[in-house]
Design a binder for this molecule. Structure first.
Ligand SMILES: *Cc1c(COP(=O)(O)O)cnc(C)c1O
Length: 372
């Protein structure tokens, strides 16, 4: 993992041990926008290791590079792996602020619990991420709509073949400057409600951010893409009737002026953006609730002209308007295929809070300390 390295310094941490920083001696040329999504990686990685004897230890920032793993590491043999993702944004005063890192780190620990991965000290992980963001600060994009994407990942590294939780883990955090998640940019997307495939079962791991959920979704997503749809609208696995998620986003609908999103369950990922959007709507006196939404109800609402808006929420895609929904042999056009007023308002509001252009009553922005 240490290529192009020579200078070493340590930053003082009070908990989780000091972060050892090994700076890359060969810094990459910065990419120019548009970045697309996930095409560029910064100069460094953050890492921590877990062993039964030492617990999580040895937090480091190291030059970006490949990692080597035992061929039988449970992380890829049995998918004992998790990740989370959030963004850091350039602020008007030139500082860099992460958006709700505490909520993401606590979700990482919830995913860890579900996948039998040992808990990480949230404060120690946030400090490690802060050091990484600080070292690679020059990569943070300043153009509108772009951000520095932060991806903490944990994989089981112990090499063994029997089926039990591993005893060794690697935590990696990488950073990527990103722009639009969808090729459509901020134009409404066209989605297909699947009556054949399900993303997650009751009692399964749908509420954990674990790689297997994404692998499970790929076949249906590729089929939908071949038919011109950009995402699958996932219905519940029991009745194949209730809306769960759209691609890797949570879903919101506005019917007859009222906003609704499905209530959380173990087959729905508890999106931080979903939570943010619910708070923003409530604080602005928008009528909204967490209630099941049946697919037939959506089509009935459309028939009587009451399906006002539909959008997806997620860190990567932010607020994504949905312009068309297909299900079986029907397809409906929502809001004339344009982004509706609530969708637009939320997109602007959320970006303004993230980018430091609006106030932050909940303390969602966390400034990355500057070590210089
Ligand atoms: C990550 C993710 C989301 C969105 O979560 P955010 O915290 O808002 O980024 C929604 N659904 C799935 C399946 C996800 O993986």
């Amino acid at each position: 993992m240490s290529i192009n390295a020579d200078i070493t310094d340590t930053g003082g941490l009070n908990s989780g041990g000091p972060v050892k920083i090994t700076r890359s001696t060969k810094l990459a040329a910065l990419p120019q926008p548009p970045y697309g999504f996930g095409n560029y990686f910064t100069d460094h990685l953050a890492t921590m290791r877990y062993t039964e004897d030492a617990g999580w230890s040895d937090p480091q920032v190291v030059p970006f590079g490949e990692i080597s793993l035992h061929p039988s590491a449970a992380g890829f043999q049995y998918s004992q792996s998790i990740f989370d993702a959030f963004k850091a944004h350039m602020q008007p005063d030139g500082s860099l602020a992460m958006f709700r890192p505490d909520a993401h780190v606590s979700r990482l620990n919830r995913s860890a619990a579900r996948m039998c991965i040992p808990q990480v000290d949230p404060a120690a992980l946030i400090r490690l991420i802060e050091r990484l963001c600080d070292v690679d600060r020059r990569w943070a994009p300043s153009d509108p709509g772009s951000a520095l994407y932060v991806r903490p990942t944990i994989i089981a590294t112990e090499g063994f073949v029997s089926l039990r939780p591993a005893r060794e883990y690697l935590l990696i955090v990488f950073l990527s400057p990103v722009g639009d998640f969808f090729a459509e940019g901020s134009d409404p997307i066209r989605i297909l409600a699947s009556d054949e495939f399900v993303r997650a079962a009751r009692g399964g791991v749908g509420s954990a951010k674990t790689g297997g959920n994404y692998a499970a979704a790929m076949y249906a997503s590729r089929e939908a893409a071949d038919r011109g749809f950009s995402q699958i609208l996932w219905l519940d696995g029991v009745e194949r009737r209730y809306l769960e998620e759209v691609g890797s986003m949570n879903i919101f609908v506005k019917i007859a002026g009222k906003v609704r999103t499905p209530p959380l369950s173990d087959s729905i990922l508890a999106g931080v953006t979903r939570d943010t959007v619910l708070k923003l709507l409530k604080d602005n006196q928008v009528d909204c609730s967490e209630e099941p939404i049946a697919i037939d109800e959506l089509f009935q609402a459309h028939e009587v002209g009451e399906l006002d808006e539909v959008w997806g929420t997620g860190t990567a895609a932010i607020i994504s308007p949905i312009g068309r929904i297909a299900y079986k042999d029907k397809e409906v056009l929502i809001c004339g295929g344009r982004s509706g007023p609530t969708t637009d308002w939320l997109y602007k509001k959320l970006l303004a809070v993230q980018k430091g252009m609006d106030n932050d009553p909940y303390g969602w922005r966390a400034t990355v300390p500057d070590s210089d």
